[in-house]
Design a protein around this ligand. Structure first.
Ligand code: UDP
Ligand code: MG
Length: 141
């Protein structure tokens, strides 16, 4: 069994997609180990979450997007949960995400140069899953 960290980003919450995303998670058979709505998150937490992107010129817009409203965070467990959840999310760019994936079914391409609003997040490796779980659920903030 493996654990992964997932998130329904502010666009997903704003658009009323919490139920639809959770339904897919349950239907796939993941176990939901933790689940929380965070009504506001600090800039520090978002910067730590996206530590690999902080130096990018487009990062401030991503941070603004991630702080633009409530988000849902959680921990899923299951066999190969990290890769399985990434497959269910679909490609980062909605125009590349296959139909049947969350991003492919619910998100649209961002206009050139704008932040990609793609509904969900999932850890991309064993190391990032451990780091993100600790960051969101084991630290005080
Ligand atoms: N992002 C963006 N433009 C980019 C790269 C990333 O808007 O050129 C945003 C987008 O919301 C993406 C997030 O930053 O989901 C994290 O990027 P990453 O490459 O880690 O993609 P993911 O793991 O979410 O598929
Ligand atoms: Mg990523």
């Amino acid at each position: 069994m493996e654990e992964t960290f997932f998130m329904i980003k502010p666009d997903g919450v704003r658009r009323g997609l919490i139920g639809k995303v959770l339904e897919r998670i349950e239907r796939r058979g993941f176990r939901i180990e933790r689940l929380e709505l965070r009504s506001s998150v600090s800039q520090t937490l978002i910067d730590q979450h996206y530590e690999s992107l902080v130096e990018q010129p487009f990062y401030p817009a991503i941070r603004d997007f991630m702080m633009s409203g409530p988000l849902v965070v959680g921990i899923l467990s299951g066999e190969s949960a990290i890769a399985s959840w990434r497959q269910m999310m679909g490609a980062t760019r909605p125009e590349e995400a296959l139909p049947g994936t969350i991003r492919g079914d619910f998100a649209q391409a961002a206009p050139l140069g704008q932040t990609i609003q793609n509904i969900v997040h999932g850890s991309d490796s064993v190391e990032s899953a451990a780091r993100e779980i600790a960051l969101w659920f084991e630290k005080e903030h």
